[in-house]
Ligand binder design. Structure first.
Ligand SMILES: Nc1nc2c(ncn2[C@@H]2O[C@H](COP(=O)(O)OP(=O)(O)OP(=O)(O)O)[C@@H](O)[C@H]2O)c(=O)[nH]1
Ligand SMILES: [Mg+2]
Length: 276
């Protein structure tokens, strides 16, 4: 029997079961319904919180990589007006959609909200990507190639040496150590389990009960990999170079790091006892 997940923390940030009604605090991009048609289509989910400086350049660069790609911006009522800019962009292209949420609800739940939307609309491949230009859209072609023969593809910063540009040594060490630690605790054999540039075949996301995904920050990335892996799906890594943001503000915090430290143990024990 499955346990009641509503008793744990982070309840506010959890996405409810898929229904035909939008969640409270979200407005649904109706045009997405008409656009999604299946047949190898990919949706790049771009979570934004105060990313006005970069959104206008990243979105067209994504779309020019491949005709099969559309973009869904998931904006958490950014005070800098990123949501308005996203609407402006969406008004100019039938490949750009926007999901507005009522406040800063966390990265994990932003992705889950975007995935729910994309699954409902029939997309075959769902991408995660940062909107601050840290992830070069040119890699989307590599992802599209790799996802044809794998269930999940992760863009790794550590597959061929260390490919991170402009991070202070302290941050690099933290990220590198976090990856070694996650690998040791969970047994997940990835070089970059906290990476945020990745894609899933729709079947993988359909097999994951979003209501049970509890992590929000870096741990969210580890948890999604872990759930896919435990679900019997295969995960491939491709090398990417990650460039630290030049504009805007980081949302990285001590809370996010602390969550990742204990959450991997939670995953390990849930996994062992088959209670994921
Ligand atoms: N919708 C939404 N987006 C978020 C939230 N937190 C972060 N993001 C977005 O998620 C992406 C990754 O966040 P970043 O702040 O760049 O995190 P990071 O890459 O680990 O750290 P820096 O690049 O140093 O800032 C960016 O596009 C953010 O705008 C959130 O609570 N809601
Ligand atoms: Mg970033």
């Amino acid at each position: 029997m499955r346990e009641d997940t509503t008793s744990t923390d982070a309840v506010d940030e959890r996405v409810r079961p898929s229904t035909s009604e939008p969640r409270s605090g979200e407005s649904r991009p109706e045009e997405l319904r008409a656009r999604a048609s299946g047949g190898g289509r990919g949706l790049v989910v771009l979570p934004t919180f105060n990313e006005r400086e970069s959104l206008g350049s990243i979105v067209p660069r994504i779309l020019e990589q491949d005709d099969r790609l559309d973009v869904l911006v998931v904006d958490d009522a950014s005070p800098d007006g990123t949501g308005d800019l996203a609407e402006e962009l969406a008004g100019r292209s039938d490949r750009i959609f926007v999901l507005h949420r009522s406040g800063q609800l966390g990265l994990g739940s932003a992705y889950l909200a975007g995935f729910r939307e994309g699954l409902e609309r029939g997309y075959d491949v769902l991408f995660e990507m940062d909107s601050d230009l840290s992830h070069d859209p040119a890699y989307l072609r590599d992802f599209l190639g790799a996802i044809e023969s794998h269930d999940v593809v992760v863009g790794s910063r550590y597959l061929r040496g260390v490919n991170v540009v402009n991070w202070p040594m302290s941050r690099l060490l933290l990220s590198y150590a976090a990856n070694k630690y996650a690998r040791w605790v969970t047994g997940l054999r990835l070089t970059d389990s906290t990476a945020g540039f990745k894609c899933f075949r729709r079947e993988v996301l359909e097999a994951i009960d979003f209501d049970r995904v509890a992590s929000t920050g870096y741990a969210f990335q580890i948890e999604m990999n872990f759930r896919a892996w435990k679900g019997g799906f295969d995960i491939a890594e491709i090398p990417i170079v990650f460039v630290e943001r030049a504009e805007g503000e980081s949302k990285m915090s001590g809370r996010i790091v602390r969550e990742a430290i204990w959450r991997v143990w939670w995953l390990r024990f849930k996994g062992i006892f088959g209670r994921l």
